[in-house]
Design a protein around this ligand. Structure first.
Ligand code: SF4
Ligand code: SF4
Length: 499
């Protein structure tokens, strides 16, 4: 019975887990009274399979079964992967099964891991991060928007208040807040969000140019990003973004009909054609700038593979998906059956990524690219993101919040540009939000890759997507193992920041 360390970057050929690379088979099983959609049924069954396989059984280890009885152990602590031969996998499985609901055997799994010599001092302790340095800021330069998206978290950009936009003075002071406090050599990020940030183009440009000047004199580096609905983008914007190396994220929810149903103008007209016309020059000229499509997934646009292929063919640098888990009006929120279908679709896209990598190609599906990187570097984090830590949002009137989604929300208040970061509020947030304080995260094997789920969604709706999250990570761990002979190629894919 042996265990072998799977060191990051290891290149030994590994067994293929199941026949996971075969194209999605379509089941032909009609349900009386329900429109027959074989593809939907097939992806749903696939999602269900991965949700079942990834159910949390013990917080100490997660098993990945391969062919012929052998497989792998994933240790959440340090997010470490180990090869396991068939006898070890069998014993581990038995030990886990016997320890479930049997308090007397509660230590059996840790004891076995100890005997195998794979335990270590905890990689993540209970200490919350305290008063971290600020390295990323998002400016809600315009709390207003020209679209009327059906599910908008920002309530058409106004966050439940009156439409407003940031003054130049406020934006420059926000930039100074971040740059003044940075250590020389620091890498910072300035993001523009809304509403629709291009409604307030002059302030966006002033803030960018101010940040460039201030960064130079202070010896820091600032990256820029913008999330835009694309309806107001001009060729001149494209040149500006290219000059400053912006990461440009365009919110697009699918091919034309699908997108237009979810993201109409306020008068109810479609926005897809206009967006594509506007961003065509950006797609062809992107060099320093990277143009990404971000798809918000609702029960109405679950055809992820078609969407991904459409946007890849259109020349996007990458494409990423995020499920709609909480919206102010409940519209478009994903339920468990939808998440099961989405998981199947994500895996179908992931398998295509694997096929392309094996053929020496690329497939810029950012969810899987980013997951490969996180697994490779053994990410183990006590929080899902930097919100309220190194990352803060700034409202149009200069209030600081945990992130762009907490603008105007008491739950994520963090001070103001005038008074600075409220360290008491921030440290309380960081203590309260640590994954070790979250339920049921402490009993979940995925806790240090997941970090406990988006704070905003958890506070608004709880944790309805855990089976989806674990199913996706289970798939990605398998994909990482299958692709380990090709890790140089996998790691060469550019990661993309989506929030
Ligand atoms: S939020 Fe993440 S860590 Fe917490 S239980 Fe759900 S999947 Fe696990
Ligand atoms: S994951 Fe959620 S809490 Fe974190 S930055 Fe994104 S929206 Fe904010």
């Amino acid at each position: 019975m042996t265990v072998g360390v799977r060191a990051p970057g290891g290149h030994r050929a590994l067994p293929v887990l199941g026949s996971a690379l075969t194209p999605l088979a379509l089941r032909d099983a009609a349900v009386p009274g329900v429109p027959h959609d074989p593809r939907r049924e097939a992806v749903s069954a696939l999602g269900q399979h991965f949700m079942q396989a990834s159910k949390p059984r013990t917080p100490h280890v997660h098993l990945l079964a391969g062919e012929n009885g052998e497989g792998h152990l994933f240790l959440p602590d340090g997010s470490r992967l180990f090869d396991a031969d068939a006898p070890l996998l069998y014993v581990m499985q038995q030990t886990i099964e016997q320890s479930i609901g049997a308090p007397v055997d509660a230590n059996a799994v840790p004891a076995l891991l100890e005997r195998l010599g794979v335990t270590a001092a905890p990689y993540v302790n209970d200490e919350p991060v305290a008063s971290p340095p600020l390295h990323a800021l998002s400016l809600a330069v315009a709390q207003k928007c020209n679209l009327g998206c059906t599910y908008c978290y920002a309530q058409q950009g106004e966050f439940g208040g009156p439409a407003t936009q940031m003054s130049a003075e406020q934006a420059l002071r926000a930039v100074d807040l971040m740059i003044d406090a940075a250590e020389p050599g620091a890498r910072l990020n300035l993001a523009f969000m809304g509403g629709e940030p291009l409604v307030n183009r002059p302030v966006l440009r002033l803030a960018t140019e101010h940040a460039v000047r201030r960064a130079e004199t202070r010896g820091v580096h600032v990256n820029f990003s913008i999330t835009t609905n694309g309806t107001l983008v001009t060729p001149d914007d494209g040149e500006f973004f290219e000059t400053h190396g912006f990461a440009v994220t365009i919110s697009l929810d699918g091919p034309r009909e699908v997108h237009d149903a979810q993201r109409p103008t306020r008068s109810g007209r479609g926005s897809f054609d206009r967006i594509m016309r506007n961003i065509a020059p950006l797609l062809t000229t992107q060099r320093r700038m990277q143009v990404t499509a971000r798809v918000t997934v609702t029960p109405e646009n679950l055809g992820l593979r078609e969407t991904l292929d459409t946007f890849v063919d259109l020349g996007f640098h990458s494409v990423g998906f995020a499920p709609m888990l909480s919206s102010p009006n409940g519209h478009g929120e994903m339920q468990s059956a939808d998440l099961q279908v989405m998981l199947g679709e994500m895996i179908d896209c992931g398998r295509e990524y694997e096929r392309r990598i094996l053929r020496g190609g690329r497939y810029p599906f950012s969810n899987v690219v980013n997951a490969m990187r996180e697994i490779h570097r053994g990410t183990h984090r006590p929080y899902p993101c930097g919100a309220g830590a190194g990352y803060l949002g700034v409202s149009a009137d200069g209030e600081l919040s945990a992130c762009h989604r907490f603008v105007g929300d008491e739950a994520g208040r963090m001070g103001s540009i005038d008074g600075g970061i409220d360290r008491t509020l921030q440290n309380r947030w960081l203590a309260d939000r640590h994954v070790h304080t979250q339920s049921p995260c402490t009993s979940c094997w995925a806790r240090y890759l997941c970090g406990g789920g988006c704070h905003h969604e958890v506070i608004a709706r709880g944790r309805p997507a855990c089976d989806y999250v674990r199913g996706w990570l289970h798939y990605c761990l398998g994909a990482y193992l299958r692709l380990s002979p090709h890790l140089d190629q996998v790691m060469a894919s550019t990661p993309v920041q989506l929030s």
